[in-house]
Design a protein around this ligand. Structure first.
Ligand SMILES: NC(=O)c1ccc[n+]([C@@H]2O[C@H](COP(=O)([O-])OP(=O)(O)OC[C@H]3O[C@@H](n4cnc5c(N)ncnc54)[C@H](O)[C@@H]3O)[C@@H](O)[C@H]2O)c1
Length: 356
């Protein structure tokens, strides 16, 4: 049984996004005092509707984590930080490396400087990524696997990981990094292009369309349901002294892309998926098969993923059946992965927040 968050002040950066909002809802229900810092970056998954169930229970600071003057009050008395602010798109990172650098590294330097000054030694759970490993040399991938990212996003996320670890080694922070595999579930952005295949799969089948798979569909992935990642984050935030600082957090089972697509299509009752050639821009940064060895986190933090893909996908579809309009932009019914971040790409929906 892990330590409770009841009455504890926690800060969630990126808390309007997919994973951060799921974490916020859980923490509010557990009785924590939740502060969110998010500036709704264009091209990321921020959506005010994500926090609708707890809208009146969280304090929302609409600012960048790089804006240190806006952070003084949110950081005061904060006991745990869940640092999820970031850009996840590999494709965007290749097209706009400076943008990715700014979001995933520079902003983190400003943020961590403010944190170490205000609340030195605080526990920070950083949302790292399996992308830092690049194309696996072996499977399943454990924490000893060489770091060899294949895109700017992986390089920048690794730099930010190292900022956390370096400051922890210096005694200025107490960071735990979770290297997460592909996360899916309610609140994942559906109409933000280039955020990964799972959001696209969900949007397509939830709107009655079938799926296209790039390549032969035999590549493996281990998608992890968002509630499992919330549990991993809570465990990492509440653990006493940790034996290791970086943990892989993967899904409960490796599945081929063909299986993932077939489960998605069957769950939604749409025709079977079809196959097509890999587009060049994807092929360049493709990592082949990947799945996670989560032995270390299971041993140290007692966490392992519990929700199998079929069940997690069913729950996800149930959520979007009820709330789909809040996640689709009517002016852009089939967002393509074009490298265009002009304001045609919505970030914060104009939803009115009604406490659920
Ligand atoms: N979704 C996944 O499969 C996955 C896998 C591995 C790692 N991660 C990491 O988890 C984190 C959250 O991912 P997500 O899927 O919820 O993404 P998301 O795009 O839904 O949410 C990210 C949020 O961060 C906010 N943000 C970005 N820069 C900011 C800044 N400077 N200041 C304040 N807020 C800022 C965005 O506005 C957005 O709301 C990211 O750091 C990502 O790299 C995600």
């Amino acid at each position: 049984m892990r330590v409770s968050y009841k009455n504890r002040k926690v800060l969630i950066t990126g808390g309007l996004g997919f994973i951060g909002s799921s974490l916020a809802i859980h923490l509010v229900r557990e009785g924590a005092r939740v502060v969110i810092v998010d500036n709704s970056v264009l091209g990321c998954g921020a959506n005010l509707f994500n926090i609708a169930p707890v809208a009146t229970d969280v304090e929302l600071i609409h600012a960048s984590i790089a804006d240190t003057s806006a952070l003084a009050e949110p950081l005061r008395g904060c006991e745990v930080i869940f640092n999820l602010a970031g850009e996840i798109s590999h494709i965007h990172s290749m097209a706009m490396p400076e943008r990715d650098l700014e979001i995933n590294t520079l902003a983190q330097i400003h943020f961590l400087t403010a944190v170490t000054r205000s609340i030195p030694g605080v526990r920070v759970v950083y949302a790292g990524t399996r992308q830092v490993y690049g194309a696996p040399d072996y499977l399943p991938v454990d924490e000893k696997h060489p770091i060899n990212p294949v895109d700017f996003n992986g390089v920048h996320k690794y730099a930010a990981t190292m900022y956390h670890l370096m400051l922890s080694n210096m005694g200025q922070l107490d960071a735990v990094v979770l290297r997460m595999t592909n996360v899916y579930g309610p609140r994942i952005a559906l109409d933000v292009p280039c955020q990964g295949f799972l959001g696209t799969f969900i949007r397509k089948v939830a709107t009655g369309q079938s799926l296209e798979i790039f390549g032969d569909g035999r590549q493996l992935r281990d998608p992890v349901y968002v509630d499992d990642i919330v549990e991993a984050s809570l465990a990492a935030g509440a653990a006493g002294q940790v034996r290791n600082r970086s943990y892989n957090a993967g899904g409960p089972e490796p599945l081929s892309m063909a299986d993932i697509a077939a489960i998605a299509c069957n769950s939604a009752g749409v025709p079977e998926p079809t196959f097509r050639e890999f587009p060049e821009d994807r092929k360049m940064i493709d990592i082949g098969s990947y799945y996670t060895d989560s032995t270390l986190i299971r041993g140290d933090l007692g966490w392992s993923a519990t929700v199998r893909f079929q069940e997690g996908f069913r729950r996800t579809l149930d959520y979007y059946r009820e709330h789909l309009p809040h996640y689709l932009d009517p002016s852009n019914p089939s967002p393509s992965c074009k490298l265009d971040l002009r304001p045609t790409v919505p970030t914060v929906k104009k939803a009115t927040i009604v406490p659920a």
